[in-house]
Design a binder for this molecule. Structure first.
Ligand code: FPP
Length: 239
């Protein structure tokens, strides 16, 4: 029987190259990617996976040309305000991870809008990383922990690996499968703490072409992996 990962994460890479290869402007790749994400999130969370985390915009993506940053921010607003009906209808709750600072008010407002609209949904959680950096997340979590120690809410000896999850932007379980599209094989400051024992799957397919069929190939690969979490293979102690 197929194992279904509880928490899947995707680095949605290759939008720009997808567009350039077709003689289109890079931003067309982002537009196509956004629509693919909507379809894919419904598919993934309908297979029994409970959490899907996607990397939509890193803190470092602000270093891209202003026109591309503006296009992406406007695309996010459009998606969150009016193009995520399928996600909402499919009982998926949308949450966000990342820093709020540097984001425009209208972007924050659109994030708030879709979070509110989907807040009672139960089938699964789509966690969108926007203005996100993993080292930043660990630093921010550490500051909150130190503050709670100073305020006497927790003791220093209470701090352990599990507690860190509760102080992340969103308290979600560890990631079981991380997919990066477009042939790049890097983590790019994404979910470093939560990926500790994750299986990693890299594909040359650009994100706008990464459809349900491509996802199912990743699941087949995941099912052929032997996850040991530092132990040896089950039942092989005496061999
Ligand atoms: C990386 O491709 C992709 C991004 C920086 C943006 C990802 C955003 C989306 C897929 C839209 C998401 C939409 C919602 C609603 C959250 P790239 O531009 O680095 O591609 P390249 O490596 O080919 O240049």
């Amino acid at each position: 029987m197929n194992k279904v990962p509880n928490h899947v994460a995707i680095i949605m890479d290759g939008n720009g190259r997808w567009a350039t290869n077709r003689g289109l402007v890079r931003t067309e790749g982002h537009r196509k990617g956004a629509y693919m994400l909507e379809k894919l999130a419904v598919h993934i969370l309908n297979t029994g996976t409970k959490y899907l985390t996607v990397y939509a915009f890193s803190t470092d993506n602000f270093k891209r040309p202003e026109t591309e940053v503006t296009f992406l921010m406007n695309l996010f607003i459009k998606m969150f305000k009016s193009e995520m009906d399928n996600i909402i209808k499919n009982d998926i709750k949308v949450v966000f991870s990342g820093r709020k600072e540097n984001l425009r008010d209208d972007v924050l407002e659109a994030m708030e809008y879709v979070s509110n609209k989907s807040k009672n949904n139960k089938k699964g959680i789509l966690n969108i990383c926007l203005n996100y950096g993993s080292q930043e997340e660990i630093v921010d979590a550490t500051k909150k922990i130190v503050k709670d120690v100073q305020d006497g809410i927790i003791n220093i000896d209470d701090i352990d690996k599990e507690m860190y999850y509760k102080y992340m932007y969103k308290d979600l379980p560890p990631i079981d499968l991380m997919i990066r599209t477009s042939g790049e094989q890097r983590l790019s400051n994404f979910m470093l703490y939560q990926l500790t024992y994750s299986e990693l799957y890299f594909t040359d397919t650009y994100f706008p072409d990464f459809d349900e069929k491509e996802y199912d190939k990743a699941i087949d690969a995941y099912n052929n992996r032997d996850r040991r979490f530092g132990k040896i293979k089950d039942g092989s102690e005496n061999k």
